[in-house]
Design a protein around this ligand. Structure first.
Ligand code: NAP
Ligand code: ZN
Ligand code: ZN
Length: 370
């Protein structure tokens, strides 16, 4: 929990000599435990196999999930933890069976970096819902050697090409990195629940996920209402594509939106009242949660039965849809609004994220590691 953070001391871990000369050495920043700030950390990655690509990381986005997990807010963190699952980099080596990437090419890596590959969701390209559980970019046992995966706040990455993505050449790379989580996590539910012309769509929270949801919902042709607790973001929300902006603490403004929404996507990172938003759904409408506050919500069932409403959840997206989203962004020139930071400022970025002071995604320039 945030209040348990006691130390601001940075801890450097000495580099351990490699046991296997084919395992790439990597340096990055890690949380050594749930209370410490991130600190410099050196480690080795698994030996690349025939279907693997090795990537020199150029940029990595800072997702609120990185903060939740670095502080063990969800209760299943392994330490030391190198966070980061919004990765863009340059391919430096390819295994003998790799067909889609060549050295020198840009590649992107998101949350899903492996899965069982044979269950129904995996066969349908929905590896994010793998029945055996997806392997995530960090904080998950690797299927190859059982080691805990380490993420993109680091100099390089090794990944099976099946789980890597190509990047449209017209997009700026810092703005692409957040698409790998914030982008796909909002694109997928907006597509699934049919956000588009004739639909009134609400977005709760204008942060990393929220600003991408706003851009996509606007691009898909929906009438978009942005809900925010930070009314100083109003002008930004309008610029990013909102048709209306509503301060969620303004009871009259919220009441004026009653029973009018086809779909609401909730991206808020902190505990808040879901009933406030369920009351805005119209008959047969859905509110989908993607935000993952550290405490479970409670709801009044009356808000569901009185409009036959559904409450749902969604988690990132599969490999196929992630590539579809990146290609869509290339065609429509969509990227994230970013503040590029050196890795030495990552702890400050976490604190600013908690103060809702990010416009609208921090992205680490990994050249700052050198
Ligand atoms: P973020 O950049 O910190 O944005 C979160 C936003 O939530 C804030 O900017 C703020 O927007 C809003 N907010 C904060 N406190 C609030 C409150 N008390 N009531 C209402 N709104 C509040 O975080 P993010 O990276 O977008 O991530 C958002 C959440 O999604 C996190 O919990 C993250 O772990 C989760 N996530 C889920 C998935 C998934 O697959 N489901 C993937 C990635 C992330 P305003 O200032 O506009 O109010
Ligand atoms: Zn994320
Ligand atoms: Zn599977």
């Amino acid at each position: 929990m945030r209040s348990k953070r006691v130390s601001t001391r940075t801890v450097a871990i000495d580099f351990c000599p490699e046991r296997n000369p084919f395992m790439p050495s990597s340096k990055g920043y890690a949380a050594l435990n749930a209370q410490s700030p991130l600190a410099p950390f050196s480690f080795t990655r698994r030996e690349p196999g025939p279907t693997d690509i090795t990537v020199d990381i150029l940029y990595c986005g800072v997702c609120h999930s990185d903060l939740h997990q670095s502080r063990n807010e969800w209760g299943f963190s392994s330490f030391p933890m190198v966070p980061g699952h919004e990765i863009v980099g340059r391919v430096t080596a390819t295994g003998s069976s790799v067909t889609r990437f060549k050295p020198g090419q840009i590649a992107a890596v998101g949350v899903v970096i492996d899965s069982c590959r044979h269950c129904d969701p995996c066969k349908k390209g929905q590896e994010n819902f793998c029945v055996e559980g997806m392997v995530e970019a960090y904080n998950t046992p690797d299927r190859f050697d059982g080691s805990i995966t380490r993420g993109g706040y680091s100099s390089n990455y090794v990944v099976d090409e099946r789980y890597a993505h190509t990047v449209p050449e017209n997009l700026s790379l810092p703005g692409v990195a957040p698409l790998l989580c914030a982008g796909i996590t909002t694109y997928s539910p907006l597509r699934h629940w049919g956000a588009g012309p004739g639909k009134k769509v609400g977005i709760v929270g204008l942060g990393g996920l929220g600003h991408m949801a706003l851009k996509f919902a606007h691009s898909f042709g929906a009438h978009v209402v942005q809900f925010t607790t930070s009314f100083k973001k109003k002008e930004d929300a309008l610029r990013l594509g909102a048709d209306e902006v509503v301060l969620s603490t303004d009871a009259d403004a919220m009441k004026a939106q009653s029973k009018s929404f086809d779909f609401i996507l909730d991206t808020a990172a902190a505990p808040h009242s879901l009933d406030t938003y369920l009351a805005l759904l119209k008959l047969d409408a859905t509110m989908t949660l993607v935000g993952l506050p550290d405490k479970p919500p409670s709801i009044s069932v009356f808000n569901l039965i009185t409009r036959r409403a559904s409450i749902a959840g969604s988690m990132i997206g599969g490999v196929t849809e992630t590539q579809e989203m990146l290609d869509y962004c290339g065609q429509h020139n969509i990227t994230s609004d970013v503040e590029v930071i050196p890795i030495q400022k990552v702890n400050e970025a976490f604190e600013r994220m908690l103060r809702q002071d990010v416009k609208y995604r921090f992205v680490i320039d990994m050249s700052s590691l050198k």
